[in-house]
Write a protein of this length. Sequence first.
Length: 131
Amino acid sequence: MAKFKQVLLIEDDAITIMLCERILRLNNFAETIITKQNGQEAIEFIQELIQYNKPIPEICFLDINMPIMNGWDFLNEFEKIKMQLGTPMQIYILSSTANPEDFIKATTFKTVTGTLPKPLCKEHLIEMNFS
């Protein structure tokens, strides 16, 4: 049995999406993995779930550098709608950034549960206590 019903992966790179989905499936992490290509698509998706009173993904893996709406902008918009969620969503920043300031900045967002370096791997799931 999967540990979670839904995981939201917000990522624009096709190879990273494929690798993340593979790791999550191999570790029986979620029944459903939903992928959105940028923050705007993800916010619109979450707003639609709220509007139709549908379940919210329990976990979100969020890339920082994306076109249209990056991860920081997503977090700012998510802060505005998070109170409308029936249950909280844990957000993990998944980034290949070499800039330590990005990880420091992540701690300024109350909605960010943690940060993980790319690529996602089984060890990350163990560190999250979810494997």
